[in-house]
Design a protein around this ligand. Structure first.
Ligand SMILES: Cc1ncc(COP(=O)(O)O)c(C=O)c1O
Length: 372
């Protein structure tokens, strides 16, 4: 190994150390091993996955695709077919849609293309963390303002941050982790005043009340982000899309450096799920009913406060310190996403709305802990 290589790689490693990356933490198998139990005993409610989707119907779609596609070929004609289905679903023109390798890749693509070293991105806190990681990797600055105590946008405060240097505004609605939608008039005010690209992240929109998709023509600087990971239950396949005016879509399509960012199998599965849209609709209706029941039951537990939700997860605040509660839950095989302090609430957790039998285990564990 040459001295020059050794020197260079050491410097590189030092520089790369400064880049923050997302860490998934303990996995269900890892936790099951630690506890000495079978993985099926783990109550996994930390990633907002949608288990209300009818798995047997999804499996039969997979089998259909296996018969229809030829994995030896590159996916040349698949994307336009998915776009056509999305046009029917969203009622927007086809040149307003771009397909990506799930929401995360599209966020990364948008930020790589539009944020440069020294640019400033604005968002609110608490919110989804990936945009911040991507902006920092671009050597941009990420400025966040706290949400108001009712989890809504502090519009006057955000407006004061806008300048010639602010080139990205990230708005998540429904917001992860607070789970509420932002007021449409606030999104409109911010988007119209912002001198750069506005990402409106609608990853959880099918569980909520309204979308900005139909109004996309009013906002030439807005990119609406969507995913198949949540309502459509395709988290494992990694499929997402964005909606924007054709000028921005053209950039996002033509300036993506890789010719086939999404696998043909994945695209076909997106098409099948849109052709059988009742699978998603039935799942979302069941999840929403279970969500209301779960919130009620959580609020009946001593020392637990659950907030209203417009997503497939619920935000909780507990009387017990978050670290202690987290450990106690993990010991019982229950995985939640720990947030800790969030605005005026000290000990917050994000909890996926699971199937009734899974939620019952969560409720049981929380009750036991509150009685200890
Ligand atoms: C707000 C929000 N946006 C985007 C994503 C990205 O999801 P995916 O990459 O699975 O499409 C997530 C995932 O949890 C999310 O919570």
């Amino acid at each position: 190994m040459s001295e020059s290589y050794r020197k260079w790689i050491e410097q590189k490693k030092l520089k790369l150390q400064a880049i923050d990356c997302y860490s998934v933490g303990v996995t269900p198998e890892g936790l099951a091993q630690q506890l000495g139990v079978d993985t099926s005993k783990i109550v996994k409610l930390n990633f907002n996955e949608n288990l209300f989707i009818d798995r047997s119907r999804q499996t039969s779609l997979i089998k259909q695709i296996a018969d229809e596609i030829d994995l030896r070929m590159y996916p040349e004609d698949e994307i336009p077919k998915l776009v056509k289905k999305l046009v029917e679903y969203l009622k927007v023109p086809q040149d307003c849609i771009v397909i990506g390798n799930a929401g995360d890749e599209l966020l990364d693509r948008i930020i790589r293309l539009f944020v440069e070293k020294g640019d400033v991105a604005v968002s609110f806190a608490p919110s989804f963390v990936i945009p911040q990681l991507c902006v920092k990797r671009q050597e941009g600055e990420y400025v966040t303002l706290p949400l108001k105590n009712d989890f809504q946008l502090d519009v006057p405060a955000m407006l004061t941050t806008f300048s010639e240097k602010t080139r990205l505004l990230y708005l998540c609605s429904p917001n992860n982790p607070t789970s509420n939608q932002m007021k449409p008039e606030d999104i409109e005010t911010l988007a119209k005043a912002f001198p750069g690209i506005v990402i409106l992240d609608e990853a959880y929109i099918e569980f909520a009340d309204y979308s900005f998709v139909q109004r996309i023509c009013e906002f030439p600087n807005m990119i609406i982000l969507r995913t198949f990971s949540k309502a459509f239950g395709l988290a494992m396949l990694r499929l997402g899309y964005a909606i924007a005016n054709p000028e921005l879509i053209n950039i996002l399509t033509k300036k993506a450096p890789l010719p086939y960012p999404v696998s043909g199998f994945t695209i076909q599965m997106g098409i099948k799920m849109l052709e059988n849209i009742d699978i998603m609709q039935t799942a979302v209706a069941a999840l929403k009913a279970e969500r209301e029941k779960l919130i009620k039951e959580l609020n009946q537990i001593e020392g637990v406060q659950a907030f209203d939700s417009q997503s497939d997860f619920v935000l909780l605040n507990t009387k017990l310190p978050a670290d202690l509660m987290y450990e106690k839950l993990l010991k019982r095989g229950v995985m939640l996403k720990k947030w800790g302090k969030l605005l005026q609430y000290e000990n917050c957790f994000r909890v996926t709305v699971g199937l009734p039998e899974i939620n019952a285990k969560l409720i049981e564990s929380l009750k036991q802990i509150s009685e200890e």
